[in-house]
Write a protein that binds this ligand. Sequence first.
Ligand SMILES: *Cc1c(COP(=O)(O)O)cnc(C)c1O
Length: 332
Amino acid sequence: MHQLSHPKIQLGHWPTPLEPMLRINEMHKGPELWVKRDDCTGLAFGGNKTRKLEYLLADAQLRGATTLLTAGGVQSNHARQTAAAAARVGLGCELFLEQVEGISEADYSHSGNLLLDQLLGARLHRLPAGQDLDAAMALRAQTLSTSGQVPYVMPVGGSNAIGAMGYVDCGLELAQQLQQYQLSFDAIVLATGSAGTQAGLLAGLALAGIDIPVLGVTVSRSSDEQCQKVLALLHEVQGLLEQSELHEDHVICFDKYYGSAYGDPTPQMVEAVRLAASLEGLLLDPVYSGKAFAGLLDLVRHGYFDTSERVLFLHTGGAPGLFAYSECLSEP
Ligand SMILES: *Cc1c(COP(=O)(O)O)cnc(C)c1O
């Protein structure tokens, strides 16, 4: 198996399980659906940011960082996992959290990830919607530097080339599981936002010599915009890996499933979250995995996959966000 030479620390429990969705498959009699449980990474309720943070924190430590800074929406899963990682290794953590429109203020602002951020000991900076989060972080980083600290600023979603290395790892891990279980997949479906997961996974699969299309379901952007974002990051990652570049047509995105905006609770998301929970005991989230799974179900129902195919859903985590959406998810 390939081992990446980039430095990382261990924060998660690996490998994450690979499981068939038996009851959903029985119901649909369509392509065989499986799930890779990256919601079970083991770090403070888990999720896809754990893999990225293993590389980002190693880099932060190499640079002598004393405080981590990162940004996201109020219910950011990345912010929560960053706070947990900082606690684990004894670094300070400051989170720049932007208000997201249209969600019940009471739940959204005190429950779910936001509550966990506080328990994990992060310092919170709450900003209104539409603020420049990068500028706010840069300003704060300057202040911290002046007072003798060493700030380490991570982008939204931890999605730079270093963070995306975590999903190169995931591609290699999956390749090993396929060999071990004598399994193959015809497609992988995941939620794509800041793009590190999709870009890293594509690079990792290519490194393992495995050609499986990775279909990204967007959570806030048109497929054109998202494909550009994934492709730009993929080129950077492949630069770091000194790997020959993939063709552009390997990057595929669907933009029909996020509703009107990031975090918009669509009826299809609610259906997908209820279905996965009630038939598989699987908790998806309202912003990412619930919408990606809604997209997968829609593609299945419209015959996008052949019934003889096998499709892998990458569960990227996010279930703490369910509590911030209790109003639209609970029974009337
Ligand atoms: C951040 C996140 C994603 C998207 O991953 P990106 O690397 O930002 O594209 C998907 N699912 C969940 C639960 C997330 O928190």
